[in-house]
Design a binder for this molecule. Structure first.
Ligand SMILES: Nc1ncnc2c1ncn2[C@@H]1O[C@H](COP(=O)(O)OP(=O)(O)OP(=O)(O)O)[C@@H](O)[C@H]1O
Length: 229
């Protein structure tokens, strides 16, 4: 049986005191690529935030990369985050330092200390995203697609078993989006990384078909049929 990377059982997703999603039952295995779709405000980001510990799981059961979400304390969240990568629509790179220093900062803040190992790791992830010569650049010297690749490189630093991506192609033109999707599928295929990607981009779904979860009417529908109407 394949290794389960994410499992939610009868989970409810809350924002403050509002229940956004209820009776959520999902399971995502190693190397799976799963889209999370649904109308705006239906809870895609809230679901992802629950999986990376930004929102606490107050009802139901949840396991993510071997961590129990139920009763997860603030102290344990950094350990959870070291085992998964998060990619955002707006890249969230630190604008006052180079690509290399962005990646080094992320390594240091997750406990890395050895300079040689950090250097090797940075070269490794930059190579994986096809930007091995861009380490000395400032973020503003890169295109949107390149900045997104750096954000993905940062997500790869701790060799995560799971990447959570919230609209990673939201700010990109169609051609650049294709490159990012190819990269994400390649990561999932080559390293067995499970990827859950929230998106509104139906063209991407059409071009790169995969399993779909849909948020609607306060529930998550698994294997939802994609409508291109
Ligand atoms: N920080 C917050 N505090 C309170 N309510 C919030 C917060 N963030 C989101 N919400 C509410 O939670 C609900 C779900 O929002 P969420 O951002 O998860 O939806 P979404 O499907 O990701 O939307 P979009 O596609 O627009 O990104 C919405 O009703 C939203 O108003």
């Amino acid at each position: 049986m394949s290794e389960v990377i994410v499992s939610l059982k009868n989970a409810s997703i809350f924002q403050g005191n509002s229940e956004i999603l209820s009776e959520v039952n999902i399971s995502v295995s190693r190397g799976e690529f799963v889209y999370l779709i649904g109308k705006t405000g239906t809870g895609k980001s809230s679901l992802l935030k629950t999986l990376y510990g930004e929102l606490s799981l107050r009802q139901g059961e949840g396991q993510v990369v071997g961590f129990d979400l139920t009763g997860m304390t603030w102290k344990k969240i950094p350990f959870l985050r070291r085992n998964l990568g998060v990619v955002f629509q707006d890249f969230q790179l630190l604008t006052d330092r180079t690509v290399y220093d962005n990646l080094r900062f992320a390594l240091k803040s997750t406990g890395w200390k050895d300079n040689t190992l950090m250097e090797e790791k940075i070269h490794d992830v930059l190579e994986k995203v096809g930007l091995k010569t861009k380490g000395f650049k400032m973020p503003y010297e890169l295109s949107g697609g390149e900045q997104q690749r750096i954000d993905i490189a940062r997500a790869l630093l701790n060799s995560p078993r799971l990447i959570l991506a919230d609209e990673p192609t939201g700010n990109l033109d169609p051609e650049t989006s294709d490159g990012i999707m190819q990269l994400l599928f390649q990561i999932s295929r080559d390293y067995g990384t499970a990827i859950i990607m929230a998106t509104h981009d139906y063209i991407v779904l059409q071009k790169f078909p995969s399993r779909v979860l849909r948020t609607e009417h306060g529930k998550v529908v698994d294997n939802a049929t994609v409508s291109f109407a």
